[in-house]
Structure formats: C-alpha cells, structure tokens
Design a protein around this ligand. Structure first.
Ligand SMILES: O=C(O)CCC(=O)C(=O)O
Ligand SMILES: [Fe+2]
Length: 269
C-alpha cells in the first residue's frame, strides 16, 4: 500500500460473484427512480454531477445481508487494520453498476475528503490515513470494462481535485493508470487517493460494491440522518447528502456473528 492502493485477488468464488452481481443489478434497478431524483437535486443546486450511465444502490447491506461476511473477510480486515489501526468499522456499503458506454467521472477522493459532499475535512490534510476505501469487483475490471482510474501515490497530496483547487477534474494526470482484476478481487485504497470512474467499453455492465472502512475515532454521526451532528453539520452545509441508512434488527440478525461488530454502529435500535 506504499503507493496508496493494492488489489487482493480472488477473495470470492465465481459462482458467488455471479449471484451477487445479479443481486446488485436488481437492487440498482429498484432504486433507480430514487437515485435519479437525487441526481436531479445535485444538478439543480450546481453540485458536481455523478457520471451518467452509472447506477447506484444505497444501503446495499439491507438487501444483500451476505455481503457483511465478504466485506469483513479476515484477509481484508488484517490489511485495513494495519493501515488505520484496530477496531475498524464499516462506514458504508453501496452498489455500483457501470452500464456500457457510461460517462467518465471526475478525479476525486472519497468521503471525508471529497470536497463536493455536504461534510468533508477541509484541505490541506495532515498526511495520515483516516479511511480505507474498497471496491469489490463482481465482474472483471480491465481497461475495456472500465477498471477504476487511479493516480498512484496521490494519497500523500494535501488536497484533491473534487473541488476548485486549480486542477482540472477531467484532465489526464501524470502516472494515471487503470486498476485490473478478476471478479472476486478487491481494490483497496487510502480514501485520499485520487481516482475516477472509467468508461465501460464492453457490452456488459461492470458491477462492483463500494465498501468503506473507518477507524473507530472517525465521526460517522454526520452520516446518520436525524442525529444532532447530521442536523448541525450536514444539513446546514447544504452540499451533497451522503447519509447512510440504518440497518434493521431483522437484517442485522442475519449477519454472520463475526461480521456484526463491524456494523453495530448502524444498527437501528
Ligand atoms: O466505480 C469506480 O470505478 C469508482 C467508484 C468510486 O469512485 C467510488 O466507489 O468511490
Ligand atoms: Fe470514489
């Protein structure tokens, strides 16, 4: 991870990735109306718009509870904890479906560094890993299918191009490359790493699950709708809402016992 990213290959079997990919697409389709309404709101308020042709499924864990065990595989947690310390929590899980011919996205870093969201840490950042992002590949990632664009080493930068910092959000970056991997592999990166959605040039959807791992000391309350921090910080700031829906008890009980501690903070009590 010295360059701010790595790929853990083949964590999940092909049979399972096929089933999960289908479940993610089903969920994306059932949430499409809601997501389009959200994108319209971003547009209306002049926010950076997500690339067209990319479908999103929020609160994926509530619909595909088996994901809890894959997201907290011991091999992943060991690596994540070596970067941000023990007692990590999963901060969010969502589905990504890049349909054939989707638009290329803008260079950004993820929450809490994405400066186009309602809540973010102001740049310049101290050079500290504060969250790890994961992208679980449910279909192969290649330059043809739209493997994520990354700028290796950019996680050490004190800022990123998600807002007006003088860098063109769509310009090629020195050293940029696309991540590749077989279905069932996981791209892990420091959430500060500059990355962008790539175009899918194949005729099949590129399906993935975005998983975020936070240290226990990172305040996730700003992403809990209805919490005092959400009201005071996220709502008042106005930017793009990236709140995380809570997990109903009936779903939580379906999680593998070993996976539960990583999601406990989102349990709807
Ligand atoms: O779909 C991709 O390749 C990148 C998505 C992304 O930017 C993210 O999950 O944070
Ligand atoms: Fe991202």
């Amino acid at each position: 991870m010295s360059e701010g990213w790595c790929v853990l290959p083949n964590l999940i079997s092909r049979t399972t990735t096929d089933l999960l990919a289908k479940a993610v697409i089903d969920q994306e389709i059932s949430q499409r109306h809601e997501w389009s309404a959200m994108v319209k709101k971003f547009n209306a308020s002049g926010q950076q718009r997500p690339p067209s042709g990319v479908g999103h499924a929020q609160a994926l864990i509530n619909y595909i509870p088996e994901l809890a065990q894959y997201a907290t595989d011991a091999r992943i947690i060991e690596l994540v904890e070596s970067i941000i310390g023990p007692s990590v929590r999963v901060s969010s899980i969502s589905g990504l479906v890049n349909y054939p011919g989707n638009e290329r996205g803008y260079w950004h870093s993820d929450w809490p560094f994405n400066q186009s969201l309602a809540t973010y840490m102001r740049a310049p950042y101290a050079d500290v890993a504060m969250q790890v992002s994961g992208i679980l590949m449910l279909t192969p990632f290649s330059p043809e299918s739209g493997g994520t664009w990354i700028v290796p080493g950019s996680h050490r930068s004190p800022t990123n191009p998600s807002n007006d910092n003088g860098v063109d959000r769509f310009a090629p970056q020195p050293g940029e490359m696309q991540v590749t991997g077989a279905a069932g592999s996981l791209l892990l990166y420091d959430s500060r790493l500059w990355h962008a959605v790539a175009t899918n040039f194949t005729d099949a959807p590129r399906v993935a699950v975005a998983i975020r791992y936070a240290p226990w000391w990172l305040n996730l309350e700003v992403r809990r709708k209805g919490s005092p921090d959400f009201h005071r910080i996220a709502e008042q700031a106005g930017g793009k809402d990236n709140s995380v829906p809570l997990i109903p008890k009936s779903v939580f009980q379906q999680f593998h016992e070993d996976a539960r501690p990583y999601f406990m903070h989102w349990l709807d009590q």
